[in-house]
Ligand binder design. Structure first.
Ligand code: NAD
Length: 327
């Protein structure tokens, strides 16, 4: 297995002053990357600012002989996002990979969610991904090389209570990954998303015990066994690989939880075919809902919007559909 190194590579990581981002920054620097350590340094709920979080990580990297520079801008603004790329270009002259990681929580039941809690969460998780990545992408496009990693969440892919704002923003990142990957691959820019789990970060401390009990309650085992593998360092290897030159995958969503790494896929059932000569009725939908919902033949995994329609066309032309994948 060849060593994964980042010699002469420049990587920017947002929210790298604490938690997962800090761990990513330290490992990337150890592997030779020059690192832009972005962090606003605010409170756990996303208010205020401080230079200390980013400064401490930069000092740690430099003390170990690595190269790093701090950036304190909020990625929630267009100007702040642009400043991350400007910092990389001014300090190191290029930008090879971006890890979009900054964020915080504002958990609340849906009926009580206020505009500020919706806006702040969409800004820091979803819009920031555009603000940070667009300037970086333009640089990568001109270089003909780039790696982009978005930090999504199981909350967006699978759902969790009291996180409609957060889950919607994180699911938005999956859409961004899907679409940008299609544009980026022509320019050597690969785009993927990670769905991490790491206990003990400030963000996870924002989760209420009530919420946690609701989530882990039904598990038929002692969740304490996973504790060591809940450290942020158990997520970092996946992010480092996806940010590296060795990675050739794009448009992927990858889960890192409890030391298990797995691909998350969006599957489509083979479904029920209504009549072609007229629209199906709502009653027919009700009558065939079981076939629509699940399919004993398995599912298929479209790679694009066109791909999703391919089996429909094949069926209508009386040709065989795609091979089944999964169960
Ligand atoms: P954390 O709170 O430890 O670290 C997040 C960092 O982002 C903080 O240092 C904070 O100052 C910084 N930040 C917040 N707003 C910012 C802004 N506007 N601009 C720049 N920096 C900002 O949290 P974490 O657990 O390490 O989470 C990192 C990412 O992983 C987040 O996007 C989070 O949603 C995601 N995530 C975490 C988990 C988990 O289990 N920890 C699960 C799923 C997704």
């Amino acid at each position: 297995m060849s060593q994964i190194t980042f010699t002469d590579r420049v990587v920017a990581i947002t929210g790298a002053g604490r938690g997962l981002g800090r761990e990513h920054a330290l490992d990337l620097a150890r592997r030779g990357a020059a690192v832009v350590v972005n962090d606003l340094g605010g409170t756990g709920a996303g208010s205020g600012s401080s230079t200390s979080a980013a400064d401490e990580v930069v000092a740690e990297i430099r003390a170990a002989g690595g190269r790093a520079v701090a950036n304190y801008d909020s990625v929630s603004t267009r100007a702040g996002g642009r400043a991350v790329t400007e910092c990389a270009m001014d300090s190191f002259g290029r930008l090879d990979a971006v890890v979009n990681n900054a964020g915080f929580l504002r958990n609340k039941v849906f009926e009580d969610l206020e505009d500020a809690e919706l806006d702040d969460i969409v800004d820091v998780h979803l819009k920031a991904a555009f603000y940070v990545t667009q300037p970086a992408y333009r640089v990568m496009q001109s270089q003909g090389y780039g790696r982009i990693v978005f930090t999504s969440s199981a909350s967006g892919a699978f759902g969790s209570p009291e996180q409609t704002n957060y889950g919607a923003a994180k699911a938005g990142l999956l859409g961004l990954t899907n679409c940008l990957a299609w544009e980026g691959h022509r320019h050597g820019v690969l785009v993927n998303a990670v769905l991490p789990t790491a206990a003990g970060t400030r963000l996870t401390k924002e989760m209420s015990q009530e919420w946690f009990d609701e989530m882990v309650g039904p598990l038929p085992l002692d969740t304490g066994i996973l504790a060591p593998a809940q450290d942020p360092s158990y997520v970092t290897p996946l992010v480092v690989y996806l940010a590296s030159e060795q990675n050739t995958a794009t448009r992927g969503f990858y889960s890192a939880t409890g030391g298990r790494f797995a691909k998350v896929v969006t599957a489509v059932t083979h479904g029920w075919f209504g009549p072609l000569e007229r629209p199906a009725t709502a009653e027919e939908i009700a009558g065939h809902f079981t076939e629509i919902e699940s399919d004993e033949q398995g599912y298929y995994l479209p790679q694009s919007v066109i791909d999703e329609s391919r089996p429909v066309l094949a069926h209508r032309l009386q040709q065989p559909g795609p091979a089944s994948v999964g169960a």
